[in-house]
Design a protein around this ligand. Structure first.
Ligand code: GLA
Length: 386
């Protein structure tokens, strides 16, 4: 069910002093293509979704934040001046954002807040970036005179992941959660921070997510390990080819030239990233010509790379990808960090109903539970609602 302002407001009133505050929203995201390229200085192609986080906030005249998670039914209090912060992980996101905004000189004061989200957790749709972005945006509005520019707000969220959560993520999720635009995908150059909007209105096609409901765990090793492999490969290439600063600059030949210097695993990961960089650029060109067949082929290739080379897939996601192929879906692949979550599918309108039906039935028959179908509607980035 779609989350509404009222869902949050009624709890805010109930759990605090009965008064109301300001209300903000920030979305989760999809990504058409460009997976695990953001921390390699590459390109990504995300769009904000309609699902996201809504937070109500009111200054409370103290140095304390009193935060209520409506979904967890959990109330936590922390001091803005405490170095360590709260232990509940959902509250650490808010604490991290407060501390990082303060580090940028924003005179954040204590506040009461209640928040809730309708981005499915662990679906690879970036509920955590939505949480960071809603508070970064709100704090900038309430205490920062909106002086911090949007890309820097995204970096506040990213630093929160790195320093307070332990996930060395790239910038994609936070950037699109802050900068998303209704009806448009955004091509972001993660090296320069430059971005362009591409109106997304593919005549005759739909984008649909199939959520395997297998939960991923990005915090801790698997995601950070992938990033480390890329850095190892880039450093080895840089020694021989100093012009290569990150895998975005590298060629397959340069990778071959350093195979003896890095582990086979690191080389495999790097091989995927170099291919993915090229696929994003191919997709950009194809989109300009309205060539969705090429877009779809690139998506299948990405899935193959994520499954065999980057090794972030799982049985359930490979199964969903196979069904898409069998049903003639134009493009399909794992979306987001991997290790569970959704596939994103570009499917022609004629095939849509049948694909969804078959995917649900076959998945249920094999794994004993239904996957969740999510139609993609591209929505706006972080904003004030009330
Ligand atoms: C997660 C990270 C992003 C990005 C994707 C993979 O969503 O937060 O920075 O690396 O995985 O593309």
């Amino acid at each position: 069910m779609k989350l509404t302002i009222e869902d949050v407001r009624t709890r805010f009133i109930k759990h605090f002093d009965g008064s109301t505050g300001s209300v903000y929203a920030a979305p989760g995201r999809i990504n058409l293509i460009g997976e695990h390229t953001d921390y390699n200085d590459g390109f990504v192609f995300p769009g904000a979704v309609e699902q996201g986080m809504i937070a109500e906030i009111k200054p409370n005249g103290t140095r304390k934040v009193r935060a209520y998670s409506i979904d967890m039914k959990d109330l936590t209090e922390f001091s803005l001046d405490d170095e360590k912060g709260p232990s509940a992980s959902w509250a650490r996101y808010i604490f991290g954002v407060c501390r990082e905004m303060m580090a940028l000189g924003v005179p954040v004061q204590g506040f009461n807040t209640a928040f809730a989200g309708d981005v499915p957790l662990g679906a690879g749709m970036s509920s955590s970036a939505a949480l960071e972005s809603v508070y970064a945006y709100a704090l900038n509005d309430l205490w920062g005179e909106n002086k911090i520019e949007k890309m820097e707000l995204a970096r506040v969220g990213q630093r929160t992941e790195h320093k307070y959560i332990g996930c060395n993520c790239g910038i994609m999720d936070q950037a699109i959660s802050i900068l998303g635009k209704k009806g448009s995908l955004m091509r972001l150059d993660c090296r320069s921070g430059e971005y362009n909007y591409f109106p997304w209105n593919p005549q005759g096609y739909k984008l649909v997510l199939v959520n395997s409901c297998v939960k991923h765990e990005l915090v801790g090793s698997p995601y950070n390990d992938r990033r480390k492999s890329c850095e190892n490969a880039a450093a080895a290439i840089n020694k021989k080819f100093p012009e290569v600063k990150s895998l975005r600059d590298a060629t397959y030949e340069q990778l071959d030239a350093v195979r003896g210097d890095i582990s086979e695993e690191d080389a495999l990961r790097a091989h995927y990233v170099i291919g993915e960089r090229d696929r994003v650029l191919t997709v950009c060109e194809a989109l300009e010509k309205g060539d969705y067949e090429t877009v779809g082929q690139m998506m299948y290739q990405t899935h193959e790379g994520l499954s065999k080379e980057y090794e972030v897939s799982c049985e359930e996601l490979d199964f969903l990808n196979e069904i898409a192929k069998e049903e003639g879906v134009t493009g399909s692949r794992i979306m987001g960090g991997g290790f569970g979550g959704c596939t994103i599918n570009l499917v022609s309108e004629e095939l849509y109903a049948n694909f969804v039906k078959v995917a649900v039935e076959k998945f249920k028959a094999k794994f004993g539970k239904k996957p969740v179908i999510i139609d993609v509607v591209i929505g706006d980035g972080a904003r004030k609602l009330l």
